[in-house]
Design a protein. Sequence first.
Length: 288
Amino acid sequence: MKNFKTTWRNIRRSPYQAFAAVFVMTLTFLFISLFTFLLFGSTKAISYFESRPQVTAFFKNEVKQEDIDNLKNELMATNKVANAKFVSKQDALKIYREQNKDDPLLLELVTADILPASLEISTIKIEDLSVINDKLKDSPLVSEVVFQKDVVSVLTSWTNALRTIGLGLIIVLSLVSIFIMVIIIGIKISQKKEDIEIMRLIGADRWYIRWPFIFEGISYGVVGAFLGWLISTGALWYATPFLSSFLKGMPIFPIPLTFFFGLLGAELLVAIVLGTVSSFLAVLRYLK
């Protein structure tokens, strides 16, 4: 308990240094939170597009239902197809009417007879799309194949790049935070050199002297992590209506509360580690 009182007294006596330490930690965890939100959203977007029909095969008018069912069974037998949905002429007409309900002229010109039946296919793995696409193109039943690989491929490449760049920046920011914290706590140790010498002369244990500085580093980390999480969460909450409208159709929002509190818990643990490491390095360097 005495260590905590000493820690609070040290923080209160040098507010500017404390502010600098908390500010650096806040920036670090603000970036970590924003990076996590971006990664979560992009992963959700990829899952959404992966679950959508990625290959659509349009059948010739004279094709029989039996032949279509056989082709569908052949595709399912490859164990590469996650879902294959048959869309009849009547279903295609319903979809067309829904898409053009505001244009009566277009509705009058189109009947079910002129719309082709189709098979909407999504694969288990993105790599299997090309195989299914080639198989459908070779089928005499199919008149046209629409292959929507680009959207998922671009999203996947962007997410991988985001993950690599984000992790790199997090490591750099963490190292910078540790470096600055070591300097700040080192300055504090230098300022209390006389008090430390007196404590040593009266027989104070080495760890008794070190613990207040270690608790101080942990305090900066925890406060910075909470503020970074709070700012990023508030910004996301404020932007949610715009993002929901922009990403209409994608099941990204609302983000469950368990995700936010799980992120807070993880960041607090990381903050304790960063604060402990930086303050421990400082006392090893300046309290020999």
